[in-house]
Design a protein around this ligand. Structure first.
Ligand code: NAD
Length: 497
């Protein structure tokens, strides 16, 4: 069993009295022991972050950028170690773990190239008003288990770059890479600027109610996001909620099926379908429906599924037993609905949480697989014939993360994509976060945005600094001891309530 992992609390490594096992989903057995933070440890992490905030907020963006770049260099020097640990705890193929880390670095560097500048709101005869962006204080960041490094690094970057300090909690299923990132951060930031604590759901709930935390940046499921928001309300914390999705992709009748099938496939099955913005409902025009089903099933049958370090493996396991059982239950449900399972449809007969990539045809809304977020390697392919109808069907959901339209005619696709009720609408593409494009959900898929200038703004509070040009004060009447002082007459420039 791997051990020796520590929390990062106020600049020091700490373990504690309790710990829990971390399971390798490729074998289904524990491979490491993770320390579990107590309430006292969380309190000390928050106190350290509050203390550190007083001086960190005074640093300039250029100084913070410099520190973060140094941190990125140190992470890069250990990226193979981080990728190895990521494959062990998350299950994804080693090459994909390296991709995740490289994308996290690219986002970190990209975010640092953005500049959140004060905005001039007015400079005229009424005066000068500037909107400034100030840090909030201590950010509590909470992440899920699907892409732990890709989510942790931008939360650290956005928090610190805008002048905040952070207390970060990874998922108990994948805590180790984030603890390692915290360990590396200790050498690059003053004590208390970056704190990382591992633990279960209770630890997350303590964070959301903690009076010393000013903002919660949460990524996870819709159900937990609602709990986070309710709990954060008790101290009126700011919240960013990046929640689940049930993304629709709409494939029009003019596509080249052979050319786009692999793109559609990986936009759905990448990371074994465990991506918030994966294609989870594939609407295909009836003219190309059969050909598309055949092409997707052909790819699915050829994909090598296995443990992350196996030669030539393209798809890993589902990350944890609970999710594995849920995905298998959703597949079982489609059998009861008389849908057609074109390939896969079952667990692989080996240890670990492996499910063969599963394509389900002749299925529609009103089934669990279409209406819920599966978050696993299974895709419903849904037939449509009318564009207006399919747009309505794509939008008839409480989710609203992202969506896409696929066509040989980008103009036609764009006109349809603009009608999708989502935070991101792609044309002939699906899946991907870019450092300069705000990402987030509409409806129950989230609140707020991360990335881009808009994302940075969500880590700040605005302050309007106003220098009004006022009319001269009217001359005072000669004072006699008995005369009352008359108030100045209101003018156009005097604020009225
Ligand atoms: P989850 O909501 O179960 O857990 C996420 C995190 O919240 C974990 O760290 C967990 O310990 C913590 N947590 C649990 N209960 C809590 C509480 N009451 N208060 C505070 N924290 C609590 O989600 P998951 O199963 O780990 O992740 C899968 C979900 O995440 C999917 O729905 C997926 O779509 C979503 N997701 C969204 C995005 C996005 O950017 N929109 C990205 C990745 C994943």
């Amino acid at each position: 069993m791997q051990s020796g992992f520590t929390h990062t609390i106020d600049g020091r490594g700490e373990s504690g009295d309790t710990s829990f096992d971390v399971v390798n989903p490729g074998t289904g057995t524990p491979f490491a022991v993770c320390p579990e933070a107590s309430r006292d440890q969380l309190d000390r992490a928050v106190a350290g972050a509050r203390r550190a905030f007083e001086s960190w907020r005074e640093t300039t963006p250029a100084e913070r950028r410099e520190r973060l770049r140094g941190f990125a260099e140190a992470l890069k020097a250990r990226s193979k170690e981080i990728a190895t640990l990521l494959t062990r705890e998350q299950g994804k193929p080693f090459a994909r773990a390296q991709d995740e880390i490289n994308r996290a670095f690219a986002n970190l560097e990209g975010l640092l190239a953005l500049e959140l500048k004060p905005e001039l709101l007015r400079d005229n005869e009424r005066g000068h008003v500037e909107l400034q962006y100030h840090p909030l204080g201590v950010v509590g960041a909470i992440t899920p288990w699907n892409v732990p490094v890709l989510l942790a690094l931008p939360k650290i970057t956005q928090s610190l770059y805008t002048g905040n300090t952070i207390v970060l909690k990874p998922s108990p299923y994948t805590p180790l890479t984030t603890l390692l990132i915290g360990e590396i951060a200790r050498e690059h930031f003053p004590p208390g600027v970056v704190n990382v604590v591992a633990g279960g759901n209770d630890l997350g709930a303590w964070m959301t109610e903690h009076p010393g935390i000013d903002k919660i940046s949460f990524t996870g499921s819709v159900a937990t996001g609602k709990r986070v928001m309710a709990s954060a309300a008790s101290t009126l914390k700011r919240v960013t909620l990046e929640l689940g999705g049930n993304d629709a992709a709409i494939v029009l009748d003019d596509v080249d099926v052979t050319a786009i099938a692999p793109r559609l496939f990986w936009a759905s099955f990448g990371n074994s379908g465990q991506i918030c913005m994966a294609i989870k409902r594939l609407y295909v025009h009836e003219k190309v429906y059969d050909a598309m089903c055949e092409a997707l099933a052909g790819i699915a049958r050829r994909v090598k599924v296995g443990e992350g370090f196996e030669e030539g493996v393209l798809m890993g396991p589902v990350q944890n037993r609970m999710q594995y059982e849920r995905v298998l239950a959703l597949i079982e449900d489609t059998r009861r609905e008389n849908a057609r399972i074109l390939c896969g449809g079952e667990a692989l007969p080996r240890p670990g949480y492996f499910i063969a990539p599963t394509i389900v045809a002749d299925i529609a809304e009103g089934t669990r697989l279409v209406d819920e977020e599966p978050f696993g390697p299974v895709l419903p392919v849904i037939r449509f014939s009318d564009v207006d109808d399919v747009v309505q069907r794509a939008n008839r959901t409480r989710f609203g993360l992202s969506g896409s339209v696929w066509s040989a005619d980008p103009g036609r696709a764009r006109a349809i994509a603009q009608r999708l009720e989502v935070g991101t609408a792609w044309i002939n593409h699906h899946v991907g976060v870019e450092y300069d494009v705000p990402f987030g959900g509409t409806k129950e898929s989230g609140i707020g945005r991360e990335y881009g200038i808009q994302g940075l703004k969500h880590y700040t509070e605005t302050r309007a600094v106003s220098v009004p040009i006022l009319p001269p004060v009217p001359p005072m009447p000669a004072m006699s001891p008995a005369a009352p002082i008359a108030p100045a007459a209101p003018s156009a420039n005097t604020p009225q309530r």
